[in-house]
Design a binder for this molecule. Structure first.
Ligand code: FAD
Length: 306
């Protein structure tokens, strides 16, 4: 198979998917799809392409066992328009190839991100890096949006005047705010795209970049549906348990088996508590204590990595 053509991906090539108030993501091109992952993996095993079910099973096996290199054989190129503060978070993903609009060469457009009323929220009290879940009162949100808008207008007017006066564009731009939109071409292989998506779809990531990640997930699904489904099942919606947590999980489920002894579980038997790997007896205390127990319970409740 010389060239993979994926009809679902062909159908969305060049289409702009809107994100935020003025941003978008566009799939410019793609190389390979599920078939390419299977084809690359079967080089290792020396077998030809099988049925869709068997291929999806192989992809899932590769994902579960972190046999990642076949996923690197697939690449996606995106054209993204995004505010600079989102771009600063995004650019930390170093394995992509990027080409951004030059503010030294071009006149920057008068386009700024203004959060919708529902996205204007106070500083979160329990998360120093985030905002409260509840938006502010409508009147307060409108006041803040006006203030942001005023600052953006003033910054762009100054920028335009400086350019008109003949100041170099590379200097005229330096007072423009982080809410200004920029654009780039961003190309990445599927393995590293999944890494980007797992970090940026996480509720800990800022809402604005999460919205881009969500759109990108759907575009990725069009290119490689079986791989995307496997990523969602095994990584995005999966949770990791450490050794002590596994021991506690086994204790609760009454599953016997070899529990690797860990610092957290050592001495439990002596203290009369449950023993990892042995069915629990009535009235036994949990193996985990304090914050470790809280984190474990929260993982079970929310299904999120903590
Ligand atoms: C919710 C959230 C909050 C964050 N807060 C902050 C913050 O406050 N301050 C801050 O500075 N950053 C912050 N970051 C950025 C974060 O620390 C990472 O830089 C970013 O998520 C990119 O992750 P990465 O390095 O795994 O990704 P990539 O750069 O895409 O790399 C993928 C993987 O490739 C390997 N790799 C890539 N390049 C190299 C290299 N040169 N050397 C060795 N291994 C490499 C690593 O294994 C890496 O995990 C935050 C990220 C998130 C998701």
């Amino acid at each position: 198979m010389a060239h993979c053509v994926v009809p679902e991906a062909e159908a969305i090539l060049d289409r702009e998917f809107k994100v935020l108030d003025k941003g978008f993501i566009r799939l410019v091109d793609y190389l390979g799809g599920d078939a390419r992952i299977v084809q690359a993996a079967r080089v290792s095993y020396g077998e030809g392409t099988k049925s869709y079910r068997e291929d999806a099973g192989l992809i899932d096996y590769l994902m579960r066992h972190e046999h990642t290199s076949p996923f690197e054989q697939v690449a996606l190129s995106f054209h993204v328009k995004l505010p600079i503060f989102v771009a600063r978070q995004w650019i930390r993903h170093r394995t992509a190839r990027v080409n951004e609009i030059s503010g030294r060469y071009s006149i920057m457009k008068d386009e700024f991100y203004l959060p919708a009323d529902a996205d204007v929220a106070a500083q979160s009290e329990d998360n120093k890096q985030g905002r409260a879940e509840e938006p502010m009162e409508a009147a307060e949100a409108a006041k803040i949006r006006n203030l942001l808008d005023k600052g953006q207008r003033a910054a762009y007017e100054d920028y335009s005047s400086l350019v008109e006066e003949g100041l170099a564009r590379e200097l005229a731009r330096i007072n423009l705010p982080l809410s200004l939109y920029t654009e780039w071409y961003w190309q990445i292989d599927l393995h590293n795209l999944f890494r980007f998506l797992s970090l940026r779809l996480d509720p800990h990531a800022q809402k604005e970049i999460r919205l881009y990640a969500r759109t990108m997930l759907e575009i990725t699904r069009a290119v490689a549906p079986a791989a995307t489904e496997s990523f969602e099942r095994n990584i995005l919606h999966g949770v990791r348990f450490n050794g002590a947590e596994m021991a506690e999980l086994k204790r609760r489920l009454g599953v016997a088996g070899k529990g690797a002894p860990t610092e957290a579980t050592a001495g439990m038997a002596k203290a009369g508590n449950a023993v990892p790997g042995k069915a629990p007896e009535q009235g036994q205390e949990p193996l985990l204590k304090g914050k470790a127990l809280e984190r474990f319970e929260e993982k079970l409740r929310s299904g999120k990595q903590i």
